[in-house]
Each structure stands twice: as structure tokens, then as C-alpha cells.
Write a protein that binds this ligand. Structure first.
Ligand code: 6R9
Length: 652
């Protein structure tokens, strides 16, 4: 969509704010002084964060930015990521400490201490070596949420192989293109995993993919479900190969810039981008942010991030950040409604989770299911809540704080991307008076701005494009095999600045609000209107649980606002009537002004989402403009579009 010269309109007014609890503030890991400290000496601040890690060789230079936008951090330094995540904690006497409380969907559990993890990772590393995997090789990992997933990642890191985790829900074609692009030598997979109460096979998808991937030499298969699978010549069972390995292995130090992993993000167009992260800067960034943003106290906290490890959130905040910090985490295999809609809250109760990190899509789903479900569980162990993945609507934020956090816990809305490696903009739970729906300020050490079309910072109260103005340690180093695309995608729109692709505004206090992808911004009668703000206005109606908004071509206004709405569980029958739709349209007009009034509102049972919970507005635009529906291969649930079309026969 073409962008008008005008910057984003700033429509939503939100006046609530929640100061940090005094007790938390008094003992917080990071205090307000950190902002000044980092502003006075940004690189020195990051070097201090790098000292959270154990380096085999200290760096000579903090940042080499002599060839922008190709940055190198902690140049000359050497370390091993797996050693930092596992061995050093065991050496420090914490071998008996629990790294993961793993909970399978059927109710089976596994407890892995740091000493257990060390043995398992060593065995897996020895197995990879036996299969001929060497430093610099790429390994594709296509596993469900079982302990072998972090173990495989760490085994790769240990021997210097670069992993590329592919979501367990992706198709064989998606897996094949990622294997080909990375030229992976090995795939690690499982017979299947459990989803929605039954085994869900993975191995057949891998068989189909590797039939056409010349680089794959072996397929290493974990037995999880025990279902029968086809066995091919290059298959090796994890239970045979890994179990018989020695549990001793000495981690080899890697250069700070050694490639740790590639993670593919599916852009809106073209082939997926292989985002490359390296070792020292990335690990520094995730260890620091995991400690600062969640106020992690590794001795006492139980931390749970409900993401899938196939998403960057899982890489940084289930695996590398928490383990580098020696945290005790929960890891859960399955879906939130198996065996019932209280499963997550039961997990929090059972393990006394104190820090919980999830996505707005999940929060809105729980709103839809009703307040009475979490109310049945003891959630009093919680002290910090986090959100990631999309802008969180103020109403969803307040619901989360009230119904999950009992109105006591800070909620940190964390903005970042696969490309940034770790959290960039977020409240600090012991410092910030957080506003519902705002990511607030760049973290100490991070430099971000909201700029207009010309790259000039907008004044407070203005809207525009989010950019990052200084390099940061967790930054992507390039797009795997495509430096040109790296430059073009991120560093060409605004000279010398990283273009994030998100719209944002600064409020009167200078705090940052994210407004969705710039590709989704709507141009209505000459005004750039953010989908996020209209969605938030809809969600602020007591009968609405979720909303998605798109701009559809309109002869009068250029684009018109078309919205898709899921009612709350408690909403009753009247939500189907014309009267209610009129009420909703008026509600938006009252909240944001007449310009934002939707032309059309459609009640739907579900919205199309990616596996990380992002609404795929592109598909809804197809519906709104009466086109046949485009590529649905990255949808979490491919039947959703049928459900929507059934509901709206005219939109087929
Ligand atoms: C971590 C992750 C990145 C895109 C990003 C933005 C959206 C993520 C957000 C948010 C508003 C937040 N996003 N967190 N928008 N507020 N707190 O999600 O990575 O999957 O690469 O997506 O997600 O649009 O540009 P990734």
C-alpha cells in the first residue's frame, strides 16, 4: 500500500497508568539510574551486560561499526553459548537446581536439573559429532515442545553448528525451502507431538520434505508419541544413538561472532528471510533483557513463557535468556484448552509460576472464554506479567492485569522482533508507571525514535515510523546468504537508521505506542489510520473479545474500514442484530472520532492467525474486497478461513 505524506493519525486517548508496586521497586534488578548510565556511555553499559556471561577470552573491542550496517560486537572475544547456559551453573554448585519443569500435554512430566541438562546436551553433542556434524554446519530442528528441542539447540551451540528451528506446524514445503536455503546437513525431528488431546505426526512431513533436499545426510528422530512411522535409510532414532553416547563433552570456545542460529521469518512478500544471529552479542542481549524486563530473581522465581520455541520468543526467552541467567522455567507441550480451558492457570498454580510471559492473542482468547475460568485457580504466586507479539489492546492489558495479576502485578508490554534478537522497548517493572497499550521507552542501552516520512523525529503527540538509531548487541547480522536484501529491507528507507516496519506514535509524555505493521495502515479520506487503534476501540466494548480491522478499497473514501469481530463468551444472542452493529460503530466513533467509524462490521467465530498469534490481515482484506483467498500456508489453523467464509456467504 502506498504511504501518504501525512504521518499516522493519533486517535486513541488512554489516561490510565499503573505505577510499580513499592516492594518490587525497592528490590528491582534495574532502577531508573540505568537510563542515565546507559545514556552517558552506551557501549560501556553493554560491556557491563556482557560481563553477565563467562568468556573464555575477553573481547578487544565492544563494537566494530566500521562497515555499517554490518556490525560486530565484542570483537575478538570467545565464549560457548551452551557452556554459559548450562555448565557454568553446574560448576557454580547449582547442578541440582531445576532448569525446566516440563509438562507434556497428556499430563506426563519431566524435571530437568541443570546437571541433567548438562548430561543430555553432552550426549546429544556427541551424537551430532558421530553423525558427522561439524562446526559451521547447519542443522534443521523440527520438533514439538519437548525437552529434546532445547537440548538439540544447545548441542548444536556446543559444537558450533548453526541451528535453524522450524515451527512444528509448518508444511513440508515450508520445511524444504528452509532446509534448502540454509543447506542443512541434518534434520532433528520426532514421530510427533501432542496437540488438542491427540498425537499429531511430524515425521511424514519431514519425509516428504527431505525427499527433495540433497544436502540432508541424516534424519534424527525422537520417539515421542510411539506412533508408527515409515523408516528410511538415513533415519536414526534418538533413543538409539543419543542414549548410548558418553555424557562427557568439553565445550569449545567460539568466536563472539560465530553464527549461533538462523531463524526464518515469513515476510509479507517473497521468500522467507533467514535472520542470522551470532553468539556473544545475542547472548548478552537476551541475558540482560530477561533479567531487567522481568526482574528475574533466579533463586526464587519460577518463570514461564508460553510461546513455542519455533518463534523467536521461545529462542530468546525459553532457551537462551533464562538458561544464561540460571532460571527455573516451565515448558509446556500443548494447547491451552486441553483437557480444559483452565490448563494454563492450572500449570501456574501447580508450579507456583511467579513470572508469566504470553501474547495478546492468548489474552484475548481467555477474555472470550470468560473471567470465571482463571478465577477458579490460585494464581497468587504471580508477580510480573509480560506480553509480546502484537500491540496489546488497552482493554486486554487491563483484563490481564486484573484477572490474572489480581490487579497487583506490573504488566510489561515488550516490543521487539526476530531481527532484534531480544526485547528493545518495554516498561521496567520496578521503574515504569506503565500505560495499558504502550511499550513505553527503549530499554537502557537501546536507541529508538519515531520519525516522519523524511526521517525526522516527530514531536510528542505525533505518529510515524519506528526506527532504531544505534546498533545493539542482539541485532541480526544479515539475512542468511543475502547481504543485499539485508541492506535493502532494513537500512535503506532511512539513512543510517534501522527501519522496523512498524507504525508508532509518541504521546504527550514522549512514551511510545506501537500501531501495527506499516503495510496494514489504512488510508481513509486522506488520513493514515492504524488498524491497532480501531481494533482497540472495538475491544474496549464490553461485548467484544477480539477484533481485526482492514482497509478495503472504497470509491468514496479511498479505503474504508472493515472490521471482523469476535464477541465475548458472555455477550449473548443480540450481538448478531443490526442494532448491536450500529451500537458498535457508534462506540468506535465516540472513542476515536467519526473518521474511524467502520463501514462494515462482521461477526466471526475466529480470526486467521500465524503460529505466533499474529492476525493475518492480508487474508481478511481478500474477504473484504471479495477476492479469492490468498496463500494460507502459514496459518496456525488452515480451517479458519472456511469458518469465516461460511459465516459470510456473500464474502466467498
Ligand atoms: C518478538 C516478535 C515482530 C513484529 C513487530 C511488531 C509485532 C511484537 C510487539 C509488537 C506491538 C509489541 N510486535 N511485539 N507490536 N507491541 N509488544 O514478535 O517477533 O515474530 O519477528 O514479530 O511483531 O509488528 O515488528 P516477530
Amino acid at each position: 500500500m502506498s504511504q501518504s505524506q501525512e504521518t499516522l493519525s493519533n486517535l486513541l486517548q488512554e489516561t490510565r497508568s499503573f505505577p510499580p508496586p513499592a516492594e518490587l521497586a525497592a528490590a528491582a534488578n534495574v532502577t531508573a539510574e540505568a537510563y542515565d548510565e546507559a545514556a552517558a556511555d552506551r557501549l560501556g553499559y553493554w560491556a557491563k551486560q556482557a560481563d553477565r556471561l563467562t568468556w573464555s577470552k575477553r573481547w578487544d573491542e565492544i563494537l566494530d561499526w566500521s562497515n555499517p550496517p554490518f556490525g560486530k560486537w565484542f570483537v575478538g572475544g570467545e565464549l560457548n553459548a551452551a557452556y554459559n547456559c548450562v555448565d557454568r551453573h553446574v560448576e557454580a554448585g547449582l547442578g541440582a537446581k531445576i532448569a525446566y519443569h516440563w509438562e507434556g500435554e497428556p499430563g506426563d512430566t519431566r524435571t530437568l536439573t541443570y546437571a541433567d541438562l548438562q548430561r543430555e546436551v553432552n550426549k546429544a553433542a556427541n551424537a551430532l559429532l558421530e553423525l558427522g556434524v561439524r562446526k559451521g554446519d547447519r542443522v534443521a530442528i523440527y520438533l514439538p515442545m519437548i525437552p529434546e528441542l532445547p537440548i538439540s539447540m544447545l548441542a548444536c551451540a556446543r559444537i558450533g553448528a548453526t541451528h535453524s528451528v522450524v515451527f512444528g506446524g509448518f508444511s513440508s514445503e515450508a520445511l524444504r525451502t528452509r532446509i534448502d536455503d540454509a543447506q542443512a546437513k541434518l534434520v532433528i525431528t520426532a514421530d510427533g507431538g501432542y496437540r488438542r488431546g491427540k498425537p499429531s505426526a511430524l515425521k511424514p512431513t519431514v519425509d516428504e520434505a527431505v525427499a527433495q533436499t540433497p544436502t540432508i545426510e541424516h534424519v534424527l528422530v525422537v520417539r515421542r508419541t510411539g506412533e508408527e512411522v515409515a523408516e528410511n535409510e538415513r533415519d536414526v532414532w534418538w533413543q538409539d544413538l543419543v542414549e548410548r553416547q558418553s555424557d562427557q563433552h568439553t565445550a569449545e570456545p567460539m568466536d563472539a561472532e560465530h553464527p549461533l542460529y538462523i531463524l526464518y521469518t515469513s515476510g509479507t512478500t517473497g521468500k522467507p528471510k533467514g535472520i542470522l544471529h551470532t553468539t556473544g552479542g545475542y547472548l548478552t542481549h537476551v541475558a540482560y533483557t530477561h533479567s531487567a524486563v522481568f526482574d528475574l530473581k533466579p533463586e526464587t522465581d519460577v518463570y514461564w513463557c508460553s510461546a513455542d520455541i519455533g518463534w523467536v520468543t521461545g529462542h530468546s526467552y525459553i532457551v537462551y535468556g533464562p538458561l544464561a541467567n540460571g532460571a527455573t522455567s516451565v515448558m509446556y507441550e500443548g494447547t491451552p484448552d486441553t483437557p480444559n480451558k483452565g490448563r494454563w492457570w492450572d500449570i501456574i498454580r501447580k508450579y507456583k509460576v511467579s513470572i508469566f510471559y504470553t501474547a495478546p492473542t492468548a489474552i484475548r482468547t481467555f477474555m472470550k472464554w470468560g473471567d470465571d475460568i482463571p478465577a477458579q485457580y490460585d494464581l497468587s504466586s504471580l508477580r510480573v506479567l509480560g506480553s509480546v507479539g502484537e500491540p496489546i489492546n488497552p482493554e486486554a492489558y487491563v483484563w490481564y492485569r486484573e484477572n490474572i495479576g489480581a490487579g497487583r502485578t506490573p504488566v510489561v508490554d515488550t516490543w521487539w522482533q526476530t531481527e532484534t534478537g531480544g526485547i528493545m522497548i518495554s516498561p521496567l517493572p520496578g521503574v515504569t508507571s506503565a500505560k495499558p497499550g504502550a511499550a513505553m521507552r527503549p530499554l537502557p542501552g537501546v536507541s529508538a525514535e519515531v520519525v516522519d516520512d523524511q526521517g525526522e523525529p516527530v514531536p510528542n503527540g505525533g505518529g510515524g515510523f519506528l526506527v532504531l538509531t544505534e546498533p545493539w548487541p542482539g541485532m541480526l547480522r544479515t539475512i542468511w546468504g543475502d547481504d543485499e536484501r539485508y541492506i535493502k529491507t532494513y537500512w535503506s528507507r532511512f539513512e543510517g537508521k534501522y527501519f522496523a516496519g512498524d507504525g508508532a506514535k509518541k504521546d504527550e509524555d514522549g512514551d511510545i505506542w506501537l500501531l501495527g505493521r506499516v503495510d496494514d495502515v489504512m488510508l481513509v479520506s486522506g488520513h493514515n489510520i492504524s488498524t491497532t487503534e480501531v481494533e482497540s476501540a472495538l475491544v474496549s466494548h464490553p461485548k467484544v473479545a477480539e477484533a481485526a480491522v482492514v482497509g478495503a478499497t472504497d470509491p468514496v473514501t479511498g479505503q474504508a474500514i472493515v472490521s471482523f469481530v469476535i464477541p465475548r463468551g458472555s455477550a449473548g444472542e443480540e450481538v448478531e442484530g443490526a442494532e448491536f452493529l450500529a451500537e458498535l460503530r457508534d462506540h468506535v466513533a465516540r472513542t476515536l472520532g467519526p473518521i474511524a467509524k467502520p463501514r462494515q462490521i462482521m461477526m466471526v467465530p475466529e480470526l486467521p492467525k500465524t503460529r505466533s498469534g499474529k492476525i493475518m490481515r492480508r487474508l481478511l482484506r481478500d474477504v473484504a474486497e471479495n477476492r479469492s483467498i490468498g496463500d494460507v500456508s502459514t496459518l496456525a489453523d488452515s480451517t479458519v478461513m472456511d469458518l469465516i467464509s461460511e459465516k459470510l456467504p456473500s464474502a466467498k
